[in-house]
Design a protein around this ligand. Structure first.
Ligand SMILES: Cc1cc2nc3c(=O)[nH]c(=O)nc-3n(C[C@H](O)[C@H](O)[C@H](O)COP(=O)(O)OP(=O)(O)OC[C@H]3O[C@@H](n4cnc5c(N)ncnc54)[C@H](O)[C@@H]3O)c2cc1C
Length: 461
């Protein structure tokens, strides 16, 4: 192998993994990681760092991997990221750090994501923890939501010496990392829980089962509970539906509900008390990462799965790696078609879905070619479950119970990009609650920016 080709990463065999929930990617071992690290050219002006939304000093951590110094590599990454084992698994590196790597011009980009994963996993096995704050500031900050934006903001503030409490509505911390992304891409006990524990080890307190806007409001946190600033990282968990006839039938789910049952409530496990429908033949509507996760989960529960998407292969918004994995596992892609009606049997359960073929017309405002229906091309797919994966919006609970918090027409909180400052003094926001559904690393970037914004605000207060 020469320097142009990356060290391949080991994966579970496609046929075998399609029947289990164990992790698909097995990651690098020491020998593979050190060999891949040697491909990094340690550029004087590293473009990869510019491509990383949290600006990890990538060449510096890879230099430590080359030397076999995992602790050094981990502390280098931890200066910028609270969730390296998560990001090493789910970040779209191909369009970020690896997309900028000069190695990619004439061959494969350095496998930065897999190296990050190797460092984080090995550091965890060795019991290495990130370094915390030396001095306390004696000021309380509340963080709403324990997803990537909240965990990052809380971790950074704790490192600066603030007394931080995260309030989480669910019974477990992690946001989409625990309830959305499936076990076979992101193990919960072995990875997510451990990175949440690292954030706690910095001094962050996490109170679960607290729904802000119901249990207590943002205004009460600030006026009665002594929090001098609040970060809202409540995500975008409200699913959208198509509003087509038959969508109320039993056996029609939002991807969020289906995945929450499986991931957070462990419904795939025979011993779980939460039920999940095990479809025989399932149609997943949508083409993003969430659709791939829902489809691959339904497949593992034993279904034949069709992904119905209104544009073509090129336009699929999911990561290429995820689409490739889904295809290898046997998911069927019905592209350039769109559902028009869902049919139910006499008991009200889904029995089929009518779709219409589409073709791509002129580009819309986003630059993507708009799908246009082909008249008379309707066809039916027999199925007993339909999973709608059409995107999500922020839940209005917090914004509707907080005085003076401005939202835009998509119900997203309006906040400054550089600081997370909202229209309400002392209240900051970031992640999906501000941008709408996006990515883990963008949410982390927003959490980081807000931590700096909160620090400046509290220092000047
Ligand atoms: C199935 C799925 C797969 C995905 N796959 C990828 C991927 O591969 N790569 C990638 O980069 N991104 C992926 N994403 C997107 C990514 O997970 C999100 O962009 C990211 O998690 C957003 O982080 P966040 O902190 O803004 O919000 P979230 O992760 O949504 O966390 C918000 C938290 O706030 C809590 N909360 C909400 N309201 C309240 C309230 N009123 N009181 C208290 N707590 C509250 C929620 O319970 C939740 O825990 C995926 C998303 C989904 C749904």
């Amino acid at each position: 192998m020469d320097g142009f080709v990356r060290v391949p990463v080991r994966e579970q065999d496609a046929k075998e993994r399609a029947t289990n929930f164990k992790e698909v990617c097995l990651g690098y071992n020491k020998e593979e990681a050190e060999k891949e690290a040697l491909r990094c050219l340690n550029c004087p002006n590293p473009k990869c760092v510019q491509g990383c939304p949290v600006s990890i000093n990538i060449p510096a951590f890879i230099e430590q991997v080359k030397k076999g110094n995992v602790e050094g590599a981990y502390q280098e990454i931890s200066k910028a990221s609270a969730l390296p084992a998560v990001c090493g698994r789910v970040c779209p590196q191909e369009s970020q750090c690896e997309g900028q790597c000069v190695r990619g011009i004439k061959g494969d980009a350095v496998s930065i994501g897999k190296l990050e994963r190797y460092v984080a996993d090995t550091a965890r096995e060795m019991g290495i923890k990130p370094e915390g704050a030396k001095e306390k500031k004696g000021k309380k900050v509340a963080v709403i939501g324990s997803g990537p934006s909240g965990l990052t903001c809380a971790g950074d503030l704790a490192k600066m010496g603030y007394d931080v409490t995260i309030f989480e509505a669910l019974h477990e911390a992690g946001g989409v990392l625990v309830y959305g992304i499936p076990e076979f891409r992101l193990p919960k006990d072995a990875v997510v829980k451990k990175e949440v524990e690292n954030v706690k080890a910095l001094g962050v307190k996490i109170e679960t089962d607290v729904v802000i806007g119901k249990s207590v409001t943002v205004d009460e946190l600030m006026e009665k509970e002594g929090f001098e600033a609040v970060f809202v990282g409540s995500g975008a968990g409200l699913p959208r539906f198509m509003n087509i006839p038959g969508e109320q039938a039993m056996g029609v789910f939002s991807a969020n509900e289906f995945l929450t049952r499986s991931n957070l409530m462990k419904a795939f496990d025979e011993n779980s008390r939460t039920p999940i429908m095990k479809p025989r033949k399932c149609v997943v509507v949508g083409g993003g990462n969430v659709a791939m996760d829902a489809a691959r989960t339904a497949l593992r529960l034993g279904a034949e799965v069709h992904v119905v998407y209104r544009r073509g292969e090129e336009e699929l918004p999911a990561r290429k790696e995820e689409v490739g994995h889904a295809k290898e596992e046997g998911i069927i892609f019905d592209l350039l078609c769109n559902p028009v009606e869902i049919h139910a049997d006499e008991n009200g359960w889904v029995k089929s879905i009518t779709c219409i073929r589409m073709e791509l017309g002129e580009p819309d405002e986003s630059g993507r070619r708009s799908p246009v229906e082909v008249p008379g091309s309707e066809f039916e797919i027999e199925c007993d479950a339909v999973i709608m994966s059409l995107g999500t919006s922020p839940n209005p609970l917090i914004t509707s119970t907080t005085k003076g918090l401005e939202v835009n027409r998509r119900k997203c909180i309006v906040a400054e990009e550089a600081t997370g400052q909202t229209s309400k003094p002392g209240v900051f926001a970031g992640g999906d609650a501000v941008t709408g559904a996006a990515t883990v690393i963008l949410a982390m970037g927003a959490g980081k920016a807000a931590a700096k914004g909160i620090d400046e605000y509290l220092q000047n207060k």
